[in-house]
Design a protein around this ligand. Structure first.
Ligand code: COA
Length: 259
């Protein structure tokens, strides 16, 4: 697929993805949504990637759904509108389940689906002036497709306040509700993102992937299966070549040599 609305750049083992519709504040239309899903599925199959960074070109991270595109959907059939919503779900799901850490870099605004994108990042850094919001009710709509991803991140209490009011909120508040993880001055945003990239890549590449999948499996498994799952997971990692290298490197007081 040729990308029109995103750019993707491979930088060593870092995959750098940028939403690139700055003239409409990176609003999500059907083409951008399809490109994001395609990108996520490509990265999923690439074992050389160890971490991905999601950013937005221009003054804003993402203004959410493209409202001009949404307004047009009044002429679509119910089936067409459902197909669009399903495509949006697939895109958020593909990003959410990316096997490597996804680090979000938020400047300006992350509204509606833009806050949804923040929710499917594993780690999010925002500049202090950034604003967030689930503003859908202000437009007479609701944050339906993004709701499972948001609820998994911020829980029901924060969602009740923010979905029902549609109010915009600060980066500091986004951090309080655990939608994001660090708030930094604007001129420190790139350094903060890169420090997370560097931190993540000091870990064993397979261990980092396994840690990410552990979070999902433990969260989604029935209670009576969790002990077996976690015992199996650590037992597998301990005897893996990477686990053995990491443990031996510590005992031999050297840096591990990850393959
Ligand atoms: N969909 C489509 N176009 C959008 C958009 C969106 N979600 N958000 C912004 N744009 C467009 C504007 O219509 C404007 O187009 P124009 O230049 O043709 O007039 C352009 O992007 C710039 O928007 P503007 O509001 O002037 O930029 P800003 O930098 O002052 O503010 C935002 C940026 C994101 C804070 C503001 O545009 C905004 O609040 N957008 C709506 C976000 C929203 O409610 N999203 C929820 C969707 S469910």
């Amino acid at each position: 697929m040729t990308y029109r609305h995103i750019t993707s750049l491979r930088d060593g083992y870092v995959e750098r993805l940028t939403l690139n519709r700055p003239e409409v504040r990176n609003a999500l239309n059907d083409e951008l949504i399809a490109e994001l899903e395609h990108w996520a599925n490509r990265v999923r199959g690439d074992r050389a990637v160890r971490v991905a960074v999601l950013a937005g070109a221009g003054s804003c991270f993402c203004a959410g759904a493209d409202l001009a595109w949404m307004a047009k959907t009044v002429t679509y059939t119910q089936d067409q509108n459902i197909a669009d919503a399903e495509a949006l779900t697939r895109m958020f799901g593909a990003l959410d389940s990316l096997p490597v850490p996804l680090i979000g870099r938020v400047q300006g605004a992350a509204l509606g689906g833009g806050s949804g994108l923040a929710a499917v990042c594993d780690i999010v850094v925002a500049e202090q002036p950034a604003v967030f919001g689930f503003t859908e009710v202000k437009l007479g709509i609701i944050p339906a497709v993004i709701s499972p991803f948001i609820l998994a991140k911020i829980g029901r209490s924060a969602a009740r306040e923010l979905f029902l009011t549609g109010m915009r909120f600060s980066a500091a508040h986004a951090r309080e509700i655990a939608l994001i993880h660090r708030v930094v001055p604007s001129d420190a945003l790139d350094d903060a993102v890169e420090s997370y990239v560097a931190e993540v890549t000091t870990g064993g590449p397979e261990a980092v992937r396994a840690a990410k999948s552990l979070i999902r499996e433990v969260s989604e498994s029935p209670a009576d299966q969790i002990a077996g799952l976690t015992a199996g997971a650590i037992a597998t990692r301990c005897v893996s070549p990477e686990g053995q290298e990491g443990l031996r490197a510590f005992l031999e007081k050297r840096k591990p040599a990850w393959s």
